[in-house]
Write a protein that binds this ligand. Structure first.
Ligand SMILES: Cc1cc2nc3c(=O)[nH]c(=O)nc-3n(C[C@H](O)[C@H](O)[C@H](O)COP(=O)(O)OP(=O)(O)OC[C@H]3O[C@@H](n4cnc5c(N)ncnc54)[C@H](O)[C@@H]3O)c2cc1C
Length: 323
């Protein structure tokens, strides 16, 4: 096999410093942020990657068939490979951070993470998306005790149990497919009159004798004291109420952007996604954004990676003073 460049093996990830002025701070370590890190580092930019977790949504994905180079790979394995790639470059990494926010100072930027502040000449926002909450009684109280947002993580815990999946898009359908192998029965409850996911997922679900689909209905309450014991479902057309006894509730009602990081600073669309131009520039010079947190329409791993690369190269040009 041809080797196109030497991978530096002697350099490792270092700890972050509050005293330095980094060339670039990248917020978020999903596909977009990790790709941006590799590109920034290979341009010899002094790079700090600040993130809540490593991997982002990819870790929640069971199987990936549309990332080039792999006919099939699990989300965890792909994230691991991305991480191994950034590990080879001299970046600083701050992970497992709580909420941080971005500030614009006179000639630099600050990322404020509670008691500590980190400074840079430019910033790449790659904070992606998180699960949308349902907003019903019992959801917060029973989180981790039967209520979950991650079928990839939690499906095996519901072996031979009865579960409900709330939602009707691809996330809900892939959760249903994950759960068909474990649960004894699954209810798929959607507020709309039909399921909107891909045909290939719908076929798998319809061919299973474990799935019951309840349409035009919403969950109004998740019941239980120590753990989930049931849900109350209301039909939106007939107002009929149905009580269902079950053990688990998987909430898959969509995603929302983690753009609070740059709140009140950047132009956003009505869904709170950061508006960028075709070079990942935001409304403020020196701040770039990429991946699912942006208003770019398609949300896919390969697109997030491509946008991450573009954001890094734009930041590089900005730092060189090239407009
Ligand atoms: C269930 C599911 C299945 C999917 N399946 C596929 C598939 O098969 N193929 C495909 O191409 N795509 C798939 N996707 C979409 C794909 O995962 C996303 O498009 C991609 O992960 C977006 O990458 P990102 O880096 O922009 O954001 P994310 O992956 O969301 O990563 C964001 C990162 O930012 C961090 N972060 C968040 N807030 C902050 C903050 N304030 N400060 C610091 N760090 C922060 C997070 O911890 C995370 O590390 C799937 C998504 C889901 C939910």
């Amino acid at each position: 096999m041809d080797i196109f460049f030497e991978v530096p093996k002697d350099v490792k990830i270092t700890s972050p410093s509050t005293d330095k002025l980094y060339d670039v701070i990248i917020a978020g370590s999903g596909p977009a942020g990790m790709t941006a890190s590799v590109y920034c580092s290979r341009k010899k930019l002094d790079t700090l990657l600040i993130t809540k977790d490593v991997g982002g949504q990819v870790v929640w994905t069971s199987g990936i068939e549309n990332y080039m180079g792999y006919q099939y790979i699990t989300g965890r394995d792909l994230s691991e490979k991305f991480y191994q790639q950034i590990e080879q470059f001299p970046i600083s990494l701050l992970k497992d951070v709580g909420p941080c926010h971005l500030e614009k100072l006179e000639n630099k930027f600050a990322v404020n993470c509670g008691e500590k502040k980190y400074y840079s000449k430019s910033v790449i926002v790659a904070t992606g998306k998180r699960n949308r909450e349902l907003g019903v009684n019992g959801e917060k109280e029973l989180l981790g005790r039967g209520v979950t947002y991650c079928s990839v993580c939690d499906a095996p815990l519901f072996k031979d149990k009865i579960v409900a999946i709330i939602g009707g898009g691809n996330s809900a359908l892939t959760a249903a497919i994950d759960l068909i192998s474990y649960a004894s029965k699954i209810f798929i409850i959607n507020i709309l009159d039909n399921l909107q996911g891909d045909e290939v997922f719908l076929d798998k679900i319809k061919n299973s004798n474990k799935a019951e689909i309840i349409l035009s209905s919403e969950v109004s309450k998740i019941k239980g004291t120590e753990k989930v014991e049931g849900i109350t479902v209301k039909n939106r057309k007939t107002s009929q109420i149905r009580e269902i006894e079950l053990d688990g509730v998987f909430i898959e009602v969509g995603l929302m952007p983690n753009s609070e990081f740059a709140n009140n600073l950047l132009n956003m669309n009505d869904q709170k996604e950061i508006v960028v131009d075709c070079n990942c520039k935001t409304s403020i010079d020196g701040i770039f954004a990429c991946g699912d947190v942006t208003a770019v329409l398609d949300k896919q791993i390969i697109i997030a990676c491509g946008e991450g690369a573009k954001a890094a190269l734009s930041a590089y040009r900005y730092l060189l003073g090239i407009k």
